[in-house]
Ligand binder design. Structure first.
Ligand SMILES: [Zn+2]
Length: 270
């Protein structure tokens, strides 16, 4: 398998350089590539942030794809606890399971879903392992919901990924690492340029990144800062930004986005 296809793709759109710290927050409206924290920082109005496991397609015919229910539920709990245990950032908790189609209208619930039909579009790019779409109020930056999709291998999606939780295995995405990264997005973090950070934009599939770094923890704490911490980030493209853009292209990393409500409506009705 080509190196690019093996790369663990964990989103690109908001990976940006920062002068004073490596982490970045999501902003509303969407931060353009090459910039950092332009716009209103996204923030949840209350905690804990509740995330629901979407049971649809998590349990499948083993001949057609792997059952993901135990992996997703179990490591989502672990990831939520990791972020919550930072202490000065938002807390996260799992709510009741939901059963919802992926093309549902935004319903105010944040859900973790397995997608076994990865039809290419702006979000479902080939090679992407998972992405998170944050829906916000475009004016205030208030987070409304954040939905995570996993690119799950199936008979209908042979180029999707198998997910595992054991020793690194060629071509198998590490479920604990992927869920920890995506729940970082759910919390409100964009990508970090700090090598080795959980919120780094990409890493090889065979790697594992199961523990938060100091940079990840600092980012989580910034999410609760009042007023919002935005100083220190450079909006101008830098050498690091160019490197990131190149890396993102090589790794075929995919997008996650910050949607304004109006944008969301267009998408879900088109
Ligand atoms: Zn990402």
């Amino acid at each position: 398998m080509a190196r690019g296809a093996r790369a663990l793709a964990l989103c690109i759109a908001l990976a940006t350089p920062c002068a004073a710290h490596a982490y970045c927050r999501m902003t509303a409206p969407r931060t353009p590539p090459g910039a950092c924290e332009l716009g209103t920082p996204v923030a949840w109005r209350g905690t804990p942030i509740t995330v629901h496991v979407n049971t649809r397609d998590l349990v499948v015919d083993p001949a057609a794809g792997q059952p993901l229910d135990a992996l997703v539920r179990g490591y989502a709990i672990v990831a939520a606890r990791r972020w919550s245990d930072v202490g000065c950032g938002p807390t996260m908790a799992l709510g009741d399971d939901v059963d919802a189609p992926l093309d549902r209208a935004r319903d105010g619930r944040s859900a973790l879903s397995a997608n076994r039909r990865w039809t290419p579009d702006a979000y479902h790019r080939p090679g992407t392992v998972a992405f998170t779409v944050m829906t916000t109020d475009a004016t205030t930056g208030a987070a409304l919901e954040a939905d995570v999709e996993l690119n799950a291998r199936s008979a209908d999606n042979p180029l999707g990924y198998a997910f595992g939780d054991g020793a690194p295995s060629w071509g198998v995405a590490d479920a604990p690492s992927v869920l920890l990264h995506e729940l970082g997005h759910v919390a409100g973090l964009a990508h970090s340029l700090r090598a080795g950070a959980v919120m780094e934009a990409s890493m090889d599939v065979e790697r594992q990144r199961r523990e938060l770094t100091d940079d990840d923890r600092a980012g989580a704490c910034a999410l609760n800062a009042r007023p919002a911490v935005t100083g220190g980030c450079s909006a101008a493209p830098t050498r690091s930004g160019a490197w990131c853009a190149a890396l993102c292209l090589v790794c075929i990393v995919a997008a996650h986005g910050v949607h304004a409500r109006r944008e969301t409506r267009r998408r879900t009705t088109s």
